[in-house]
Design a protein. Structure first.
Length: 403
């Protein structure tokens, strides 16, 4: 049956070619669209990790829920010991401490309410590969009175690298304190809202102005993003009962999951549309091919073959066409994905962001397999429908159509 089906497939070259084109188009389209969507997931996730949150954050219980307004009430004392414990975990690349604060930044002409972070310059520079320095440079360990401003802060206060500003805030004891700072750089992250209020200064400077040596979060950078859940589980088990909580980057940025769900729905609708288009195209081609051979099938049945044999033969032929077409579609789709990724797709800034980016096509095994199955399923479905109709035609009518 398989040999006969193969011979029939290559005997009907014109019809087979039309069917193959439809399947190849659909499979390649699914690979490209699915790879594009997964690239959005990847770039958004990496931008979040490598510009703001890191892969994991460790903080006092309740800090993420209610510590934003009163960060001084959720300080981790002796952070170096905790950093050493965390750094010993497999898969951890870097560990850094941050302290959060809020206050006013004054440029000599006016004030702007800001949210700030005291950071460790060296490790933050290694983490922040998705942070764009639009003016000046990164902080270094030598910048005891240096500050980096979010792009929105720099625009609002008309500050540039080399300018000076004064930070006004309250110490943990409640007293007012000031710190003179020199702007060393202006940065942009993926979040426009964050850049409009954020500043970063060295951890030692933040401790000086806050009059406290504690930190609010221990930020963990991993060698591989896929290890996030495994390392988080290990740290939660080790730190259980110590009044600390471990948050993953996805838990810290719930809009990422919302974005993924939105795009999943859109991609699911696109996949359904492509499936319907391929099914209609293949169905039309298969129908024409099959009904041109009604006399042939009538002769088979007149010679003793059953309707079931005709049904199996037609179905086998369409399955073979589906497998061949889907295989070619994978080759075409992968080749196009590699070519497009080498060139890149310039994309405008996403919502709530100022930075454009270069999109690529990710080669995702699950997307490739799903596209292959869609191509085969479309051809098989069309074949089954046509086979059922032909198998039900009486032998006499089938022979008459072939006369």
């Amino acid at each position: 049956m398989l040999v006969l089906a193969l011979r029939n497939v290559f005997r009907q070259r014109a019809r087979t070619a039309i069917t193959l084109v439809a399947i190849v188009f659909g499979v390649a389209g699914l690979i490209l669209s699915g790879g594009f969507v997964h690239d959005i997931y990847f770039q958004l996730g990496e931008a979040i990790i490598h510009s703001q949150s890191g892969h994991l954050q460790i903080a006092k219980l309740g800090f993420q829920a209610g510590g934003t307004g009163k960060p001084d009430q959720y300080l981790i004392q002796n952070p170096e010991r905790l950093k050493t414990r965390v750094a010993s975990q497999p898969g951890v690349a870097d560990v850094m401490a941050r302290v959060s604060f809020s206050g006013l930044l004054n440029n000599g002409r006016g004030d702007l309410a800001i949210i700030g972070e005291g950071v460790e310059p060296a490790t933050e520079a290694r983490l922040g590969t998705y942070t764009t320095i639009v003016a000046g440079r990164q902080l270094t360990v030598k910048d005891r009175s240096g500050v980096m401003l979010g792009h929105g802060v720099a625009q609002a206060l008309k500050l540039a690298p080399g300018d000076h500003a004064t930070l006004v805030m309250s110490t943990t004891a409640g007293a007012a304190n000031t710190l003179d700072l020199e702007v060393v750089g202006v940065f942009q992250t993926f979040s426009k809202d964050y850049d409009a209020r954020a500043i970063r200064l060295p951890l030692v400077a933040a401790h000086e102005v806050m009059d406290n040596q504690g930190v609010n979060t221990i930020v963990v950078s991993l060698a591989q993003t896929r290890d996030t859940l495994a390392v988080a589980g290990s740290l939660r088990a080790e730190l259980s009962g110590e009044g600390l909580e471990v948050w993953t980057w996805q838990e810290l940025n719930d809009f990422y999951d919302k974005t993924v769900k939105l795009y999943d729905k859109q991609y699911g609708a696109l996949r359904l549309i492509i499936l319907i288009m391929v099914l209609l195209s293949v169905g039309n081609s298969v129908n024409m091919s099959v009904f041109e051979r009604v006399g042939e099938f009538g002769t088979m049945r007149a010679l003793g073959d059953r309707s079931r044999t005709v049904f199996v033969l037609i179905t086998t032929e369409t399955v073979l066409v589906g497998v061949i077409g889907a295989s070619i579609g994978i080759v075409v789709g992968v080749a196009l994905a590699v070519g497009i990724s080498a060139i890149g797709i310039p994309m405008p800034p996403p919502p709530n962001a100022d930075l454009a980016y270069i999109a690529r096509i990710q080669l995702v095994p699950s997307v490739i397999l799903g596209s292959f199955l869609v191509g085969v399923a479309a051809a098989t479905s069309a074949g089954v429908i046509s086979a059922l109709r032909v198998a039900r035609i009486p032998v006499v009518d089938a022979l008459r159509q072939g006369a």
